[in-house]
Write a protein that binds this ligand. Structure first.
Ligand code: ZN
Length: 309
């Protein structure tokens, strides 16, 4: 497999920010790695959760809008977020979810791996994928889930599409994925990244969805640095996919484009990372604003509901 780095982060629409934070931090044991605002709508939060080491490839981020209606996923969208967890953790997670009143479905096997499906409080489809990996990110930091069972980061993302070719060409020609496997209507694309290395394309008939909470907004793929990002952007342009300019997201630089099958893709640089503006031991504890919004801090803080986890 080509050496590329897979998924950088995934961003989803949520409802109530407090409920969202409780679920990802207290139930799933992820770490809030950044508490910030939506840079395109600074009156609302942008919440980032990751593994305890805040590794790229582990961050699931949310735009919570307390009054958002419940969404319905359709074709042309990313529909399921899968996390990688240690192979021997199935029983632990089934018991933990039950204790936290999260209903999970029966585990099943896909591509030889056990998968446990459930949903977050906004209806986002989640999966835990149980696998043995050797080069998993590690950290001394413990969350509420003991580290031998903890979420390592993403396993992958499932896209529900009516055809795979146009999206597969972006994954394979630009983002370093290779088609490795097929099972029923699902094709697996992989990079050799230990976390976030899989994209599944599930082919179905056209179904229209409804935007709202629980709907994936975009999927971001890793670029090594800004030069790599600029190079990837040129390759996207060469496919006539109309990428944005390089946008400074403060913790990374980003380029966005929609693939022809409908999913919004982003490419984001690994650096400078979530520790650029906070002590790495205390990520996510305070509201962090990008420098250009700092002058409006008081007004922004007064407007945002408090979150406690
Ligand atoms: Zn993003």
């Amino acid at each position: 497999m080509k050496h590329h780095n897979g998924i950088h982060h995934i961003t989803v629409l949520a409802g109530d920010p407090q409920r969202n934070a409780e679920f990802y931090v207290n139930t799933l044991g992820m770490r809030m790695v950044k508490k910030s605002v939506n840079q395109d709508d600074p009156g609302t939060y942008h919440l980032f959760y990751g593994n305890q080491a805040a590794t790229p490839g582990s961050s699931l981020t949310f735009f919570p809008w307390p009054r958002a209606v419940k969404g319905e996923p359709g074709t042309g969208e990313a529909v399921t977020v899968a996390f990688s967890v240690p192979e021997n953790s199935l029983q632990y997670w089934q018991q933990r979810l039950e204790k936290k009143n999260v209903q999970s479905s029966d585990p099943f096997t896909r591509f030889g791996l056990t998968v446990l499906p459930f949903q977050d409080p906004d209806g986002l489809n989640l999966e835990l994928v149980f696998e043995d990996i050797t080069d998993a990110p590690s950290t001394d930091r413990e969350g509420v889930v003991p580290s031998q069972h903890a979420i390592r980061g993403f396993w992958g993302i499932s896209l529900r599409l009516t055809e795979k070719e146009s999206t597969a060409s972006v994954l394979q020609d630009i983002l370093g994925f290779e088609e490795t496997d097929q099972e029923n209507n699902i094709t697996r694309y992989m990079t050799d990244a230990p976390i976030g290395g899989t994209v599944l394309i599930e082919i179905t008939d056209q179904q229209s969805g409804k935007n709202g909470r629980g709907i994936v907004h975009h999927v971001a793929f890793r670029a090594a640095d800004e030069d790599h990002l600029a190079d990837l952007r040129k390759q996207v342009q060469a496919k006539r996919l109309m990428p944005t300019e390089i946008i400074d997201r403060h913790w990374f630089k980003s380029v966005y484009y929609r693939v022809p099958a409908g999913v919004l893709f982003e490419m984001a640089s690994d650096g400078p990372g979530y520790a650029v503006d906070e002590d790495p031991d205390h990520l996510g504890e305070k509201l962090i604003l990008p420098p250009w919004l700092e002058s409006k801090r008081e007004q922004i803080e007064n407007h945002l509901p408090e979150i406690t986890v």
